[in-house]
Design a protein around this ligand. Structure first.
Ligand SMILES: Cc1ncc(COP(=O)(O)O)c(C=O)c1O
Length: 375
């Protein structure tokens, strides 16, 4: 049997990793400035992570959500503490798309309305509702098309106000920093405007934090920079450091009812062990501070390079926009300097490394990048 060929892949076979370094089957070392697509939050094979998962695996890997699972409560407690949203409620699932799917559905259960506001260049996932609020017609199948989604221009307050006028809006979904859309930071005033309109019209503010959340920007949620709370935060990627875990945290104003949401695998024992290992490490090793410091250093140094068109982002979520003639830079970084980075079209290099990236590794990247730019 062949694999269903949907990924344009690099011919590299990574077989092991440690921290921000990974190695291929010929033992060539690579610097991981991509974090396996923003997933590796505490570094590859972090010893505390390995031990927690190993210990859990020896005890119990899985049992269904029909029994008590104390480790879920432990995860919720720790997440409340580290994120500062202690009065929120946690629902666990398995991926970012699933988290957004549940968020949008829950919003509609809550206020009985159907319309959703999403923004140009947004990416929220590939399942039915998640893809319907994603601004990329190429990945929306005919069956996913719906009149319930209103796409608005990014950060256009007047358009936002206008869209609320009929009082039909169930929810607004927005990334605090657009990832796939090219690392665009949501203006703080715009997030505040969303908050006030959602309050005025009883709509639900959904903060998609799948890529920009979990400490990546130096605050737990990048939406926190605006000083307002969303009603639902969706999370995944960094949450399990590679173990598939997703979730939403839900404001106390939204009440649960039995059967409203559900999942077979979500919140299983192993996933919770992975989630706890990540949060414990974030807390113990001060990784929010590290992301802010090392990320701030990278942004400052990148801004000094005159070939770079623009540097965007916060903490360790950084977009480097290059002119067309330097479009080859990302490939050169990989092939010549063995450095993984991400991309966004057109000509944006995305940096999404582990939150414990060292300054030495940041310097290694900068040196290679300057070399590529000056060729
Ligand atoms: C902002 C955002 N939301 C949702 C998703 C979907 O997550 P997943 O691929 O885990 O379904 C992604 C994935 O890249 C994302 O970047």
């Amino acid at each position: 049997m062949n694999l269903f060929d949907v990924y344009p892949i690099n011919p590299i076979n990574i077989v092991r990793g440690q921290g921000s370094l990974v190695y291929d089957n010929h033992d060539t070392e690579y610097l991981d400035m991509y974090g396996g697509h923003a997933v590796i939050s505490i570094g590859h094979t972090h010893p505390h992570y390995v031990k927690r998962l190993e210990d859990q695996l020896h005890k119990l890997g899985f049992y269904s959500n029909s029994i008590e699972i104390p480790i879920q409560k432990e995860l919720a407690q720790k997440l409340g503490k580290v994120s500062g949203k202690e009065d929120y409620q946690l629902f666990l699932c398995n991926s970012g798309a699933e988290a957004n799917e549940n968020a949008l559905k829950l919003a509609s259960f809550y206020n009985g309305k159907k319309k959703v506001i999403a923004f140009s260049k947004s990416f929220h996932g590939r399942t039915s509702l998640a893809v319907a609020v994603t601004d990329n017609p190429k990945i929306v199948a005919p069956i996913n098309e719906t009149d319930n989604v209103i796409f608005l221009p990014w950060a256009d307050e007047a358009a936002l106000e206008e869209a609320f006028q009929n009082n039909e809006i169930s929810s607004v979904i927005i990334e605090g920093i657009q990832g796939v859309g090219g690392i665009q930071v949501a203006p703080e005033g715009f997030l505040q405007k969303i908050r006030s309109l959602c309050d005025q019209y009883n709509a639900v503010f959904i903060a998609d934090s799948v890529q920009c959340g979990y400490g990546r920007t130096g605050k737990f949620f990048s939406h926190d920079f605006a000083g307002v709370d969303a009603d639902i935060y969706s999370m995944a990627k960094g949450m399990g450091n590679g173990f598939p875990v997703g979730g939403i945290i839900i404001s106390p104003k939204i009440q649960p009812a039995y059967g409203m949401l559900g999942t077979t695998f979500g919140g299983n024992h192993l996933a919770c062990a992975a989630g706890l290992a990540v949060l414990e490490t974030i807390e113990q090793d001060n990784l929010l501070q590290n992301a802010a410091e090392v990320g701030g250093y990278l942004i400052k140094e990148l801004n000094k390079l005159e070939q770079v068109k623009e540097v965007r982002g916060r903490g360790l979520m950084i977009g480097i926009e290059l002119p067309e003639e330097l479009a080859h830079a990302r490939k050169e970084l990989l092939n010549k300097h063995h450095i993984f980075t991400g991309e966004a079209k057109p000509n944006v290099i995305r940096l999404l490394p582990a939150l414990n990236l060292t300054k030495a590794h940041a310097d290694r990247f900068l040196e290679a990048f300057v070399n590529v730019l000056n060729q």
